[in-house]
Design a binder for this molecule. Structure first.
Ligand SMILES: [Zn+2]
Length: 83
């Protein structure tokens, strides 16, 4: 696999986070398993993981999966993918 950012071919197993916006809410999903470029750190999710992330985001936005409210004036939620 070649990194689109730096053309490096070394990937390591790691985790990433993803901010998602829906209506007036922002969800930050953390601990998403990903392959991470060993050179520049760009994360790559598999298609299966992306679909699971989407499914979890749907549940969090509809209130059927747990999340934490991040204090502040914006409506920001935080949920962990691997919990
Ligand atoms: Zn890279």
């Amino acid at each position: 696999m070649v990194c689109v950012m730096c053309k490096h071919t070394g990937m390591t197993a790691g985790h990433t986070l993803l901010p998602l916006e829906r209506d007036n809410k922002i969800l930050i999903l953390t601990d998403i398993p990903a392959r991470v470029c060993a050179n520049c750190g760009k994360p790559y999710m598999t298609g299966a993981t992306a679909r699971e992330v989407e499914a979890l985001a749907d549940k969090v936005f509809s209130g059927t999966a747990p999340s934490a409210r991040v204090p502040g004036k914006h409506h920001i939620l935080q949920a962990s993918f691997e919990s």
